[in-house]
Ligand binder design. Structure first.
Ligand code: LLP
Length: 422
């Protein structure tokens, strides 16, 4: 459920008309609903609680939506943060996430990033390889601390979804194998700079079937039991993110209650604290990308192009993953549906959001909203074609705040310097 709906023939975000935001901030612009973010977090938290999962750490995957106001909205409800870079740690801290609720993942953490994380006091570093274990051990000793780490395991499970976002197959770059995990866990327990506290996995994203998740988590359970059997302490099990959302052309994603029931089933009696790293399921349907129609270009013979002022640099998912986003006119006109190729102004054919999409009739100047764009939308935006970085707005009821303003062209140019020989 989300809080974007037609009221009086006009698409609103909560009690705010989207047209009002477009008027005030211009387009393109991302618009997020506080109530939807909060609801998605609470539904997941309550579903886990209903299944008796005690005090899980729900660490919002900051990569999905890294706006500080969005993270802060969730942090106020008790959410932690799953981060993959120093930048994301800084964002989580700036949003008020306590360091003891921050989990640091990622295959290529640098020495500087590990040091930053340890100084900040993050809860856990999810170690993804042996060289990384050695790095964390060394940096922690240099700093005179003992780093709490989890070993990230690659469960070698095919989770479905797009190949570019699968992470849990043996040939993906993430994590270590089960046998390696046991060896590394034992090794870590003998190192002075680290304390192994648990194991972690994350098998992919936009997963719409619980079966591969359950298979992976059952393997993780086996690992926890084997480690405990060897007399090694295992206090935490991090099961990652990955829950899919409805993009309108995909299999219906699992209900949070079914996900929670599966988690309870697979971890029953294990006696470890559970952590989750949801991103998309919390943020995707809490955001839209609002754009304006620049032209309707009807070729004399052939295709009809709906040219928008938003482009692939603002919303990369269709170009990168052939992703489907529902497109809704903000003030739908009466009349028969018309078939459009919806495109942006960037100079490559990849800048096509969709082809042959039947939409209510649209005219130049009309506003449209790309739905389900709150996750991996603004976070993946760029300035390609020297287009200004897309701004972000957070709505709460009838109020809205610009939580990332649109930069000016002066801002954009001021970041660069002439080379001395030019
Ligand atoms: N934890 C780890 C270690 C991850 O790598 C990811 C996402 C998550 C949690 C959150 O997964 P989620 O709950 O959002 O599925 N840009 C792509 C998605 C990439 C996901 C990368 N990892 C897209 O737009 O579909």
């Amino acid at each position: 459920m989300n809080h974007f709906e037609l009221r009086g023939g006009e698409l609103h975000c909560e009690d705010t008309p989207l047209a009002k935001i477009a008027e005030a901030v211009g387009t393109p612009v991302y618009v997020y609903s506080s109530a939807t973010l909060e609801r998605h977090y609470q539904v997941l938290r309550d579903a886990l609680a209903a299944e008796g999962v005690k005090d899980p750490l729900i660490a919002f995957a900051v990569k999905a939506n890294s706006n500080v106001a969005v993270i802060a909205t969730l942090a106020r409800l008790g959410a932690g943060a799953d981060v993959v870079s120093e930048g994301e740690i800084r964002r989580a801290l700036a949003a008020g996430v306590p360091p003891e609720r921050i989990v640091f993942s990622g295959v290529g953490k640098t020495e500087a990033e590990v040091a930053f994380a340890l100084k900040a006091g993050v809860a856990e570093i999810n170690v993804e390889s042996e060289p990384e274990l050695d790095l964390v051990n060394r940096v922690a000793q240099d700093l005179g601390v003992r780093a709490e780490i989890a070993i990230r395991v690659n469960p070698d499970v095919e989770a479905g979804g797009h190949a570019k976002i699968s992470t849990g197959k043996a040939d993906n770059k993430f994590g270590v194998s089960f046998s390696e995990a046991e060896r590394l866990y034992a090794k870590a327990s003998n190192l002075a700079g680290v304390r192994p506290v648990g194991v972690a996995c994350h098998i992919g994203s936009q997963i719409t079937d619980l079966a591969p998740m359950e298979a992976a988590f059952a393997k993780m359970r086996g690992l926890v039991e084997r480690l405990k059997g060897e007399g090694l302490g295992v206090e935490r099990l991090d099961l990652g993110g990955g829950l899919g959302v409805p993009y309108f052309n995909q299999p219906e994603p699992p209900a949070p209650a079914d996900y929670a029931a599966m988690i309870a089933r697979v971890t029953k009696g294990l006696d470890v604290a559970l952590a989750f790293e949801p991103g998309r399921v919390i943020a995707a349907n809490a955001g839209v990308l609002l754009a304006r129609v620049t032209h309707v270009h009807q070729r004399a013979e052939g295709r009809r192009f709906l040219v928008l002022d938003a482009a692939m640099n603002d919303l990369l998912r269709p170009a990168m993953y052939d992703a489907y986003h529902d497109i809704r006119p903000v003030k739908p006109r009466a009349g028969e549906a018309v078939t459009y190729d919806v495109v942006g102004p960037v100079c490559e054919t990849g800048d096509t959001f969709t082809r042959d999409r039947a939409l209510p009739p649209l005219q130049a100047g009309d506003l449209v909203a790309f739905m389900t764009a709150g996750a991996y939308g603004a976070a993946m935006a760029s300035e390609y074609n020297s287009r200004l970085l897309v701004p972000e707005v957070l709505v709460k009821g009838a109020e809205f705040a610009v939580v990332r303003p649109r930069p000016t062209y002066e801002d954009m140019l001021a970041r660069e310097r002439p080379a001395p020989w030019l």
